[in-house]
Design a protein around this ligand. Structure first.
Ligand code: HEC
Length: 139
């Protein structure tokens, strides 16, 4: 058997197994309806490691040194009831959109003067974009 034929067979086998993993046609409809495949959780970008030192993202909403960031995208600033925000954050009247998150993560102290997030800021816009994409996926 030629090498390329073998490769083609391998590719076919791989496609078949991927199709069955994705819940292919051979799965009974009732199983597909009652047990939808659980989406894999989004991968945090490298720069999120530092954020994680202060911010939990757990689904139970627990806070730590910083407020829980699950669902922060679209939320009003300083809105979690279980976290003792600074008055500056509570009164900022910001809503966390792509624009406000870019501004805050680039320069927290200038964007919300008097806020207590001890983080100097992330100057690279592309790195901030990756973090914001990630936050947007944390529902
Ligand atoms: C040293 C700890 C620390 C680090 C590191 C840190 N934060 Fe924070 N963060 C805080 C604290 C504390 C607050 C609350 C600030 C306040 O109330 O003034 C906060 C607030 C926030 C808020 C507003 C949350 C809300 O509910 O309104 C966002 C968004 C946020 N941080 C994102 C990030 C991201 C993204 C990173 C990483 C790039 C990061 N933080 C790094 C401590 C930290």
């Amino acid at each position: 058997m030629s090498k390329s034929k073998l490769t083609a067979q391998c590719a076919a086998a791989l496609i078949m197994s991927l199709a069955s993993l994705a819940g292919g046609a051979d799965q009974p409809a009732s199983v597909a309806a009652t047990a939808p495949a659980k989406a894999t959780p989004p991968e945090p970008p490298p720069h999120f490691a530092l954020c994680s030192a202060c911010h939990p993202i757990s689904a139970d909403g627990a806070n730590a040194m910083g407020p829980n960031l699950r669902g922060v995208f679209g939320r009003r600033a300083g809105a979690l009831s279980g976290f003792a925000y600074s008055a500056a954050m509570r009164k900022s009247e910001l809503q966390w959109t792509r624009e406000t998150l870019h501004a805050y993560l680039r320069n927290p102290a200038a964007t919300v003067p008097g806020n207590m997030m001890a983080y100097g800021g992330l100057s690279d816009a592309a790195d901030r974009d990756l973090i914001i994409d990630y936050l947007e996926q944390l529902k």
